[in-house]
Write a protein that binds this ligand. Structure first.
Ligand code: TPP
Length: 645
C-alpha cells in the first residue's frame, strides 16, 4: 500500500497516530483537577513511563519518584499550589510535582547544565515554595510557614511530604516538639517505603514497621478501602465525615506522633488514588496538626528499581530494558576507602567505621560485609554520627567517620566544640569534596577547606591520586595526636596503581615533584593533575624553570596559622590574593608587578602567567567565599585560563 492509499483508509491512518497522552495536557495543577477521576490511573502510568524514559538519559532519583506518583496526583487534585504550600523533605521526590507545574516541556533537561534542578528550587517555579537537598529540613521550614500564615490571618494549607528516613534526623523531632504549641493547621505526610537510600535503620524504622505489621491494621485497612469505594459520589461533607470515622478506625493507640501533639492517621495505601484524595479532603478540614502515614513502594512500576531500591534511589544513565548502568573504568574513591578500611580492620581490632545513612555512597557497604560488628549506620544524623565517633575515640577506638563533605556542614559545631577542643582522635573522611556534578549547589563539597582550616588542632589532607589516598588512610589510622580529616572527590581518580603496602606520610610535608625558579604551581589533591598540565603548557611557551608542588596537607596546630608547605606558603598566599583581587580590577598587569615586588620577586616579564600559575594555590588559600552559583565557574575559569594560556 502506498502512502496515499493509507491516508485514504481511516482505520490505518488512525492507528498510525499515537493517541495524545493525558500528561501532555497537564500545564498546571488546574489541568489535573479537570480530569475525571477514572483517568487518574492512566495519568499515573504515563508519568511513570516518562520518569523511566527521561531519567534513563539524564540520571536522577528514579526510585523515590516512582513511589510518589499517586501521592503527587492526589495532592495536586486536592490542594492549590502556589497558594497552598508543599514542603518536600530533601525534595528529591519532587520530579512529578515539577511535571505538573509547568515544567514538563523542560523535563528532559533535568540535572543538565542550564536545565531543571534535581531538587526543588524557589527560583525555578512559584510552585516550589522551599528548596532543599539536605534531609530533615521540611518540618521546621513548614512550621515557620504555618506560623507566618497564622500571623497574617490567611488560610492556605501547608503540607509536608517527608520520607520515613527523614524521621531519623534529629531536626525533624526538634520541629515536631514545637508544632502543637505554635499552630493548629498543619498537615504532615509520612511517606513510608521502608527505605532511606539503603534500608532504613534504627528504632524509629522498627517502630513504623510494628504499626504496619499489626493485624488490626491489616483488617481495618481493607475495611477502609471498601468504605471509600462505597461512598464515592456522595457530597464532600458527607464523605469527609465518614472518612473521618473510617480513618480514625485505623488509629493505632499510643502512636508517638500523637504523644507529640499531631493527630495520627493511617497507615493507608499510598498508591490508592481515590483513598488518598478522600483522605486529603478530610484532612484539610481539620483544625489541628495531623500526620498521615502512607505506605508506598520505592521504584513502583519498574522491575529493576524494585529489585535494587538502593541503586535506583539515585543513579546515572541506565538501559531501560535491564536497568544496567555503565561500570566506572577504575575503582572510585568510595570503593577504595570501603575496601581499604576493611583490610586495615583485619589487623587493627580497634578500627570502627561510621556512616550517616550512606553505606553505598561512602563505600562502607564493603566494610559492613567484612566487619558487621564494627560498622555503624546511624541514620541521617550527621551531628549524632560525629558525637558518636567522639565517644568511640574516648574509648581508645580508631573511629573513621565517613560523610559527604556537604553533609558534614551539619556537624561544624562538633568539629570545634567536641573534636578540636578535646583534641579527640577522630578520623573524618569527606567524600564528594569539590564539585559534585549534576546534584547541584546543595551537594557540592565546596566549603570544607574553608570550614576546617581555621579550627585549631585539625590536620586536613587531600590525595593527588588513589595510591596517595591509601597512604593517607594508613597515615590516619596511625595518627593519634588529635583530629585528622581527608577530602576526596566524587568518582574515580587518575587510575593510579595502588602499591601493595601503604606508607606513612610525614604530616605537613608537601611533595615537590619538580624544582624550578620562575613559577611555582601548586596542586592540592586531585588538582595536582591540572597543575601538571598547566606546567606542560608553560613549558610549551618557553617557561621551563617552574616548580610543581603536590600539596597534601593543611595543618593547624595550637591555633597557629602557618601553612605546612613551608617554603612556598607565603608567596602563594599573597599571589593568590592578588589573583582574586585582579579579577575585579582592570589594571591587572600593573597590580601584578606591584604584588610581585612586595613579596620580593622581580617584576615578571609575563605577569599574567605568573598570576595564573599561582591561581591554583589561590584556590587553596582563598579566604573570601564566592557566591553559591558562581563558585564552580570561578574555579574552572582559573584553570581554563591557565590551560588556554
Ligand atoms: C543531611 C543529609 N544527609 C544525607 C543525605 C542523603 N540522602 C538523600 S535522600 C536520603 C534518603 C531519604 O530517604 P527518605 O526520607 O525515606 O525518602 P525516600 O527516598 O525513601 O522517598 C539520603 C540519606 C541528605 N540528602 N541529607
Amino acid at each position: 500500500m502506498t502512502k496515499s492509499d493509507s491516508s485514504k483508509n481511516p482505520q490505518t491512518s488512525k492507528a498510525a497516530v499515537a493517541p495524545r497522552r493525558l500528561l501532555d495536557g497537564i500545564r498546571s495543577p488546574a489541568d489535573i483537577k479537570a480530569l475525571s477521576e477514572q483517568d487518574l490511573p492512566q495519568l499515573a502510568q504515563e508519568v511513570r513511563d516518562e520518569l523511566i524514559k527521561v531519567l534513563s538519559q539524564t540520571g536522577g532519583h528514579l526510585g523515590p519518584n516512582l513511589g510518589v506518583v499517586e501521592l503527587t496526583i492526589a495532592l495536586h487534585r486536592v490542594f492549590n499550589t502556589p497558594l497552598d504550600r508543599f514542603v518536600m523533605d530533601v525534595s528529591h521526590q519532587g520530579y512529578v510535582h515539577k511535571m505538573f507545574t509547568g515544567r514538563l516541556d523542560r523535563f528532559h533537561t533535568m540535572r543538565q547544565f542550564g536545565g531543571l534542578n534535581g531538587f526543588l528550587l524557589r527560583t525555578e517555579s512559584e510552585h516550589d515554595c522551599y528548596g532543599a537537598g539536605h534531609a530533615g529540613t521540611a518540618l521546621s521550614a513548614a512550621l515557620g510557614m504555618a506560623v507566618g500564615r497564622d500571623l497574617r490571618g490567611s488560610d492556605e494549607h501547608i503540607v509536608v511530604v517527608a520520607g520515613d528516613a527523614a524521621f531519623t534526623c534529629g531536626i525533624s523531632y526538634e520541629a515536631l516538639n514545637n508544632v502543637k504549641a505554635h499552630t493548629k493547621r498543619f498537615i504532615v505526610v509520612l511517606n513510608d517505603n521502608e527505605w532511606s537510600i539503603a534500608k532504613n535503620v534504627g528504632a524509629i524504622a522498627n517502630y513504623l514497621n510494628t504499626i504496619v505489621a499489626s493485624p488490626t491494621f491489616a483488617h481495618l485497612h481493607e475495611k477502609a478501602r471498601n468504605f471509600v469505594q462505597a461512598i464515592a459520589g456522595k457530597s464532600v461533607a458527607d464523605f469527609a465525615h465518614k472518612v473521618e470515622e473510617s480513618v480514625k478506625g485505623l488509629l493505632v493507640p499510643s502512636v508517638i506522633f500523637e504523644e507529640l501533639g499531631l493527630r495520627y492517621y493511617g497507615p493507608i495505601d499510598g498508591h490508592d488514588i481515590p483513598l488518598l484524595i478522600r483522605t486529603f479532603e478530610f484532612l484539610k478540614t481539620q483544625e489541628e496538626p495531623v500526620l498521615l502515614h502512607i505506605l508506598t513502594q520505592k521504584g513502583k512500576g519498574y522491575a529493576p528499581a524494585l529489585k535494587q531500591p538502593d541503586k535506583f534511589h539515585g543513579l546515572g544513565k541506565y538501559k531501560i530494558e535491564s536497568g544496567e548502568t555503565a561500570p566506572t573504568p577504575t575503582p572510585t574513591y568510595s570503593e577504595i576507602i570501603g575496601k581499604t578500611l576493611a583490610k586495615f580492620a583485619e589487623a587493627n581490632q580497634k578500627l570502627v567505621a561510621i556512616t550517616a545513612a550512606m553505606p553505598s555512597g561512602t563505600g562502607l557497604s564493603h566494610f559492613a560485609k567484612a566487619h558487621p560488628t564494627r560498622y555503624f549506620d546511624v541514620g541521617i544524623a550527621e551531628e549524632h554520627a560525629t558525637l558518636f565517633a567522639c565517644g568511640l575515640a574516648t574509648q581508645g577506638l580508631t573511629p573513621f567517620l565517613t560523610i559527604y563533605s556537604t553533609f558534614f556542614q551539619r556537624a561544624y559545631d562538633m568539629a570545634i566544640h567536641d573534636i578540636a577542643i578535646q583534641k579527640l582522635n577522630v578520623r573524618l573522611c569527606m567524600d564528594r569534596a569539590g564539585l559534585s556534578g549534576d546534584d547541584g549547589p546543595t551537594h557540592h563539597g565546596l566549603f570544607d577547606i574553608g570550614y576546617l582550616r581555621h579550627i585549631p588542632n585539625w590536620v586536613h589532607m587531600q590525595p593527588k591520586n588513589e595510591d596517595e589516598f591509601v597512604d593517607m588512610l594508613w597515615t590516619m589510622a596511625h595518627y593519634n595526636s588529635g583530629p585528622i580529616a581527608i577530602r576526596y572527590p566524587r568518582g574515580s581518580g587518575t587510575g593510579a596503581k595502588i602499591k601493595p603496602e601503604p606508607r606513612l606520610l610525614e604530616i605537613g610535608k608537601a611533595e615537590v615533584v619538580q624544582h624550578g625558579r620562575d613559577v611555582a604551581i601548586f596542586g592540592l589533591g586531585n588538582m595536582f593533575e591540572v597543575a601538571e598540565e598547566a606546567a606542560r603548557k608553560l613549558e610549551e611557551k618557553g617557561i621551563s624553570r617552574r616548580s610543581c608542588v603536590a600539596q597534601r596537607f593543611r595543618v593547624r596546630r595550637d591555633g597557629t596559622s602557618a601553612l605546612a608547605n613551608d617554603q612556598y606558603s607565603g608567596g602563594s598566599r599573597r599571589l593568590a590574593g592578588s589573583f582574586y583581587r585582579a579579577r575585579r580590577r582592570p589594571n591587572l598587569a600593573q597590580e601584578t608587578r606591584h604584588h610581585s615586588r612586595r613579596i620580593g620577586g622581580k617584576s615578571p616579564p609575563a605577569p599574567a602567567q605568573k598570576i595564573q600559575s599561582a591561581s591554583i594555590g589561590g584556590l587553596i588559600e582563598k579566604r573570601r567565599a564566592p557566591s553559591f552559583p558562581k563558585a564552580p565557574f570561578i574555579f574552572s575559569m582559573a584553570i581554563s585560563r591557565i590551560l588556554s594560556g
